[in-house]
Design a protein around this ligand. Sequence first.
Ligand SMILES: [Zn+2]
Ligand SMILES: [Zn+2]
Length: 343
Amino acid sequence: MTAAAATLVPPATRHGPEPGPGKQAAGEPGTPAGRHVLLEQVITGLILFAPLVGTVVATVSLFGRGVTTTDVVLAVTFYLLTGFGLTAGYHRLFSHRSFTPARWLKITLAVTGSLAFEGSPLGWVANHRRHHAFTDRKGDPHSPYCYGKLPWSRARGAMHAHMGWLLEPQPLGNDRWVRDLRTDADLVTVSRLFPLFCVVSLGLPALIGWLVSGTLAAAVGGVVWGGLVRIFLLHQATFAVNSAGHIWGKRPYVTREADRSTNFAPLALLSLGDSWHNNHHSSPRLARHGVDRGQLDLTARLIWLFERFGAASAVHWPDPVALAARRKPLVVLAPKASEAARP
Ligand SMILES: [Zn+2]
Ligand SMILES: [Zn+2]
């Protein structure tokens, strides 16, 4: 997913030049802007680490109460609902315009994406577009290569790309990346309601758990498994596309200079297809990221269903000729002179 990059709180309207990694700043401590940035960081920290605490609680409770069928169904259902909101909605639709949706579908994807606890649609898209514009160069919000080439610098860069960047003040002028989306009243409204969707994201699984079993324990199980554990897992899958998806894996397609995006196959299922990240960076507008044979891409399947039932049109499907033109040529290593001389 571009996966997925995210501002966990809606960005404030600030304007100014584009800083690079390590140069983000917005106001000195003590000024209103400085206090605002601090508040954003505190909220982001809470949103990031509360699911981790919930997951630890859930793991410990396995030795006591255990996990019920309702817990598991809630966790899987909400994972898919909110995960597809991110991949089909935030990423392929709003960031890259991979298809044209019916209005009800657009709003549904914006809402389900908001339930993923990864920020408002406008904030998420702004950061993601910035990532594509400056991939692995100065200005990329979450490149793992921004701290240098020494082993320690690489480790620090990987942590920055995975989660660390979310705790840093966001740069000035992020709004300019979503000027087109700001004219969409539906998206603006959904973005403004992001805090409400955070409450719904935890409250709804609790309510369903209580309605199904009629006990307080089931409601708590709903919050923990359908809420916190699900959010934690989806966060890690999304964040890993930004970190692992620029470090490990294959790079079969041509990208721009400095772009180190990779296809990270182990994450294909959990990322719902967004971990075919090199394919995506090479052809960002495609609705299918798993463009090659055998590359699982559940989000592409879902968009295909949307198209089939008339909810999506003008879908940007891969063109074999265009793909072949972007594929890197196979490098055949010549035998060493000593080997070539052997009989
Ligand atoms: Zn993208
Ligand atoms: Zn990327």
